[in-house]
Design a binder for this molecule. Sequence first.
Ligand SMILES: NC(=O)c1ccc[n+]([C@@H]2O[C@H](COP(=O)([O-])OP(=O)(O)OC[C@H]3O[C@@H](n4cnc5c(N)ncnc54)[C@H](O)[C@@H]3O)[C@@H](O)[C@H]2O)c1
Length: 339
Amino acid sequence: MQKVAVVGCGFMGTTHMEAYRLLPNAEIAAGVDVSADTRTKTADKYAVPVHESLEPVLEDDSISIVDICLPTGMHRECAENALAAGKHVLCEKPMALTVEDAQAMADAAEQAGKFLMVAQVLRFWPEYAWAKEMIDGGELGKLLSMSCVRRSTRPEWSWDGWMTRPEASGGGALDLHIHDADWICYCLGRPKAVASTGVKSEMGWDYLYTNYYYDEASASAESGIGYAPSFGFRAAFTAMLEGGQIEFDGALDPPLRVYRAGAEEPEHPKMEPIVEGAAAAEGGNISELGGYYLECKYFVDCVESGEAPTVVPPEDGVRAVAVCLAEVRSAESGEMVSL
Ligand SMILES: NC(=O)c1ccc[n+]([C@@H]2O[C@H](COP(=O)([O-])OP(=O)(O)OC[C@H]3O[C@@H](n4cnc5c(N)ncnc54)[C@H](O)[C@@H]3O)[C@@H](O)[C@H]2O)c1
């Protein structure tokens, strides 16, 4: 049984708590939050102590996992303190606001000999994970291109409006776009270069359109965080392979399709329900718990077994930040940026 402390009990913190409370080998031992109101609500809902600072968690030797769901600019300090205190750390994406901070977190994990995993949730999202397995399995031949779309309403739920301040969140480029930047890197590796354009507001790059350059493949991603509330949240990708296409579109029913070259009808791979009836916390832009449940489960299982997590190694968290920041530099300069 692994005892977990969740630091930052807002939208993502409580979503992770929803996952932990369904796991047979995890127990929510504590929460940490600066907001008195959030502390009271979380303590009432999960029947656990919710502290104002991290110290009581660091001093509690029975807690093995610290799950960081703080505003992004606070990830590094919290991760370094938790790792130095001998905790394993699951940290929400983006890993950090700068490559330097992200690398320092990876180094801290190495030094402490503890696990650090960045919660790049698409790697655990059932349809994305299914597609990755299909791509790697080689049944449809080589992956030639990946195109992605992610559109969301403004993240107005955030504590103290931190997500609307680019110096705290990195703006849409880091906060939202990083999902697809990481997914593309997961499937194709680090691009040689990126070329981006977009629309900038006082919140940073609200809309970003990027081409990713590879020697033998191509990729593109479009993301936007300024959509009207009635638009909701939508995400999609199309993977073009030698032997056909894999398409995911959250607005389609069913959302996952495989179009094999030569086949008259698309196939609809069926995803088994992971946790019947479970949902993410209320108030954010995502309602399904599936990917979050699976990433928390995976991390807890890794800690339980002593096997280091391999689905998102720390260097991949660093790389995702580096790629997104290169995209921002490209959009700012109007030039292609090499990586
Ligand atoms: N994977 C995803 O799909 C996804 C979705 C949303 C957010 N996120 C990420 O999760 C992280 C948290 O985002 P969120 O949407 O939950 O934000 P949020 O504003 O809902 O929650 C942040 C919480 O941190 C608390 N907090 C602020 N400063 C603190 C401090 N010093 N000590 C303790 N608590 C403090 C706030 O009171 C708040 O409850 C961010 O890195 C964000 O990018 C990921």
